[in-house]
Write a new protein. Structure first.
Length: 105
């Protein structure tokens, strides 16, 4: 019923996975991931926890209408979050061996 090592082995595996998850969370806090829009006219940088760290706007777009600039900023943030999700997914697969475990990040 239990894997090799019985319940004790299962508990040890769970503890090891918890440690790996904690290490990954610490690593994600320090990971910088970028996203951009319109050929890098707007660039957003976030950490692996989706906290926005910086927004860079090319002075060329300041001549455009505010609505367009706002759209580019929003598109850059969405792209950054998509990149963060991809990075987190890759790290989770490495920890869980590709298993999809509900509730884990």
């Amino acid at each position: 019923m239990f894997p090799k090592g019985g319940m004790k082995g299962l508990m040890k595996q769970a503890q090891q996975m918890q440690k790996k998850m904690k290490d990954m969370e610490d690593e994600l806090q320090n990971t910088r991931i970028k996203g951009s829009a319109s050929g890098n006219l707007v660039e957003v940088e976030a950490n692996g926890k989706k906290e926005i760290l910086s927004i860079k706007i090319d002075p060329l777009i300041l001549e455009e209408e505010v609505d367009m600039i706002e759209d580019l900023i929003l598109a850059s943030i969405k792209q950054t979050y998509k990149n963060v999700d991809s990075e987190v997914g890759d790290k989770m697969k490495a920890i869980t061996g590709g298993m999809n475990i509900p509730g884990m990040l």
